[in-house]
Design a protein around this ligand. Structure first.
Ligand SMILES: Nc1ncnc2c1ncn2[C@@H]1O[C@H](COP(=O)(O)OP(=O)(O)O)[C@@H](O)[C@H]1O
Ligand SMILES: [Mg+2]
Length: 341
C-alpha cells in the first residue's frame, strides 16, 4: 500500500511556506512544491511497483518449487512403496531359502563320495543308500516347484529395483532438463507414470480405461508433462477415493488431429466440482482437502502455458466426476534432411 501521508504533510507545510503574509499564495513556489510532492509520489509508486514485481516473481518461484516438491514427494512416496515390495519379496526369498530341501544336498554328496567304489551295493543293500534314489526324485520335484516361484520373485525384485533407479534418474533429470523438448512417446510415458501409482489405484478399487490414439513421437517437455500427469492422476485418484460411488473409473484419452494439437484428458467418476470451485480451481493455494496444498493445478496451468498449451476442466457438479484436459501443440520430431526424401 502506498502511504500518501508524508506527501500531504509536506504539501501542507510547504503550502504554508508559500503563503504570503497577506494570505495570498506565491504561485510559483507553490507549483514547485507540487512538483516535488508529485515526484516523491512517483518514486514511492515506483518502489511499490518494484516490490509488487518482486513479490509476484517470488510467488511464481514458490509455485514452481512447490510443483516440483509435489513431484519430489510423489517420487519419494513411490520409492518408499517400491522398497516395501522389495522388503516383502526379500522376506519371502529368505523364508524359501530357510525351508529349502536342498540344505542336505552336501550330506548326500558326501555319502555318494564315500561309496564311490561300491555304489551298486550301497544303493541296493545299505539302509541309508536305498533311500537315495527316492530322495533325489523328491529333490527334483521340489526343484521343479521352486524354480518358477524363485524366478517370479527375482523378476519382481529386479523390476522393483529398476523402478527405484528410474524414479531417482527422473528426479535427477528434472533439475537438468527442465524446458527441453525431447522426442516423446506419449502413451508409453503415461503408462509408466500409471504403473508408478498402480498399487494406489488398485487399493482404491479404481479401474483405468485407456483410450490412446496411436501417435508418432512428439517433441515435448517431458519434465513438465511428467509433473502435469502426476498431478492429474493423483487428483483423479484422490477424488474417486473420496467418492462413495460404485463406479470407480479413470478414463484416460489421447487424441490428436495429427496437425495442430494433441490432447490428453483424464475423466474420473469422483466427487466432482461445483460451479463456484470450478472458477478457483487453478488459483495458487486453492484446496478443498484437509491435507492439501492447492499448488498442483496452479503449477500445471503455468507449465501448460509455458509449453504453448492449455489446461481446462469440466464437471457437471458435485458427485458427477470431473474431466481435466491438457492440450498441447502437435510438434513432430525433425529427423533432419538426411532422412528426408
Ligand atoms: N479430479 C478432481 N475431482 C474433483 N476435484 C478436484 C480434482 N482435481 C482437483 N480438484 C479440486 O481442485 C483442488 C486443487 O487441486 P490441486 O491444485 O491439485 O491441490 P490439492 O490436490 O493439494 O488440493 C482440490 O483440492 C480439489 O478441490
Ligand atoms: Mg493435487
Amino acid at each position: 500500500m502506498v502511504n500518501f501521508e508524508p506527501q500531504s504533510n509536506l504539501l501542507k507545510q510547504q503550502l504554508s511556506e508559500a503563503t504570503n503574509v497577506d494570505g495570498s499564495v506565491n504561485l510559483e513556489s507553490f507549483l514547485k512544491l507540487v512538483d516535488h510532492a508529485y515526484l516523491d509520489n512517483i518514486n514511492e509508486l515506483k518502489q511499490s511497483r518494484d516490490h509488487l514485481i518482486e513479490a509476484t516473481n517470488q510467488a511464481s518461484r514458490a509455485a514452481r518449487v512447490s510443483g516440483m516438491a509435489e513431484v519430489a514427494t510423489n517420487v519419494l512416496h513411490n520409492i518408499g512403496n517400491t522398497l516395501n515390495s522389495v522388503n516383502t519379496t526379500v522376506a519371502v526369498l529368505v523364508e524359501r531359502f530357510k525351508n529349502t530341501k536342498f540344505k542336505h544336498f552336501d550330506k548326500l554328496a558326501i555319502m555318494l563320495e564315500q561309496h564311490e567304489h561300491d555304489l551298486n551295493d550301497y544303493f541296493i543293500h545299505d539302509p541309508k543308500g536305498k533311500l537315495i534314489p527316492a530322495y533325489i526324485l523328491e529333490l527334483a520335484k521340489h526343484w521343479r516347484e521352486q524354480v518358477p516361484l524363485l524366478s517370479t520373485d527375482l523378476i519382481q525384485l529386479t523390476k522393483n529395483i529398476d523402478h527405484i533407479k528410474d524414479c531417482i534418474a527422473l528426479q535427477q533429470s528434472m533439475a537438468k532438463s527442465a524446458g527441453m523438448l525431447e522426442p516423446t512417446d506419449l502413451s508409453r510415458m503415461l503408462d509408466s507414470i500409471i504403473d508408478l501409482q498402480a498399487k494406489e489405484f488398485s487399493a482404491n478399487a479404481i479401474k483405468i480405461i485407456k483410450d490412446y490414439q496411436p501417435l508418432p513421437q512428439l517433441m515435448l517437455d517431458r519434465i513438465k508433462l511428467y509433473q502435469i500427469f502426476v498431478n492429474f492422476l493423483q487428483n483423479g485418484r484422490q477424488s474417486i477415493a473420496f467418492s462413495r460411488s460404485n463406479e470407480r473409473i479413470l478414463h484416460i484419452k489421447i487424441e490428436s488431429d495429427h496437425a495442430h494439437f494433441v490432447s490428453i484428458s483424464m475423466k474420473d467418476t469422483g466427487i466432482g466440482i461445483n460451479e463456484e470451485n470450478l472458477k478457483k480451481i487453478f488459483s495458487h493455494g486453492f484446496t478443498t482437502k484437509k491435507d492439501g496444498h492447492g499448488f498442483g493445478l496452479h503449477y500445471c496451468a503455468n507449465a501448460a502455458n509455458e509449453m504453448g498449451g492449455k489446461i481446462s476442466v469440466e464437471s457437471d457438479g458435485e458427485g458427477l466426476g470431473a474431466t481435466f484436459t491438457l492440450i498441447l501443440p502437435y510438434q513432430l520430431v525433425d529427423y533432419g534432411e538426411a532422412n528426408a526424401s
